[in-house]
Design a binder for this molecule. Sequence first.
Ligand code: SF4
Length: 293
Amino acid sequence: MTLIISNTEITAKNTCDKLHDYMYLQNLEPRQYSLSIRRGVIGHAVLEVYYTCRKDGFNHYSAVESAMDKLYKIIAESDPDDVEHTTMLGQLAKLLIRYFQYYEYDTYKILAVEKIMTAPMVDDEIVFGLYVDVLAEITTGEYRGYVDIIDHKFVMNFKSIDDLRLDPQQPKYHKTAQLNGLPIKNAIFNQIRFRQMKNPTDEDLFKRSPLLSSQTAIDTVWEEATQTAEDINYEKSRDRHITRRRQSYSACKNCFFKDICMTELAGQDITIMRQAQYQIRNRPLKDWMLSNA
Ligand code: SF4
């Protein structure tokens, strides 16, 4: 059976075997994600509406109206007693209105939105899959006719140059586009900064950061990701999964599974905690791949 693997699964496996076990073998996710993740999910949904409208030929103003309608509907349906969540939605609305003003004169032609792309890693045994937020054609200048893969990131602070050089996602997206024969110019992080600041400029809030890696680095990231995918596939084929805990500050501090991991580590019963705090994860990428197999 073909293993369908995403950047998130490879990162999870490289971060901590136990984290990978919770996410991809037990298929768990928290019932309630952090505010930061909820902001990102809602922000993506609003941008999806905007860019879908642009792809379908709507002008900027109609697309903004449809996108903001989506957000206002989410706000209307949210729990008014959840002050933290409601405040976040209000701040997000202001931020996105400003985003749409800032990028009003984007010259991109939008080719696809929320598109699944795949590329073989090991023949038809292991396939890499990803969701492209936006696939856009460059319409002006030297690279006219080339395409960019754009990934939205809602961030507290913009990524540093080192963060970008060591990022494992953009090189895989770039490589996938290359393997699909697309005239790829860049994988781009469309960074939208939600940190509350006094009188921020547009440049404090919005930044599009292209892939900084060389072709050698792209190929190396792909090769190393393939090795991780082969490890996962090997463990699955033998039904002997490594579930060793990493237990490092950097891995554990933001881990969704910290509570259940500690409880299990202490030898205590996790049955009630598992039911109360976690649910079975939706895996639309895998579902789509299986339905098209
Ligand atoms: S809390 Fe740490 S050790 Fe436990 S699953 Fe998460 S990353 Fe791994």
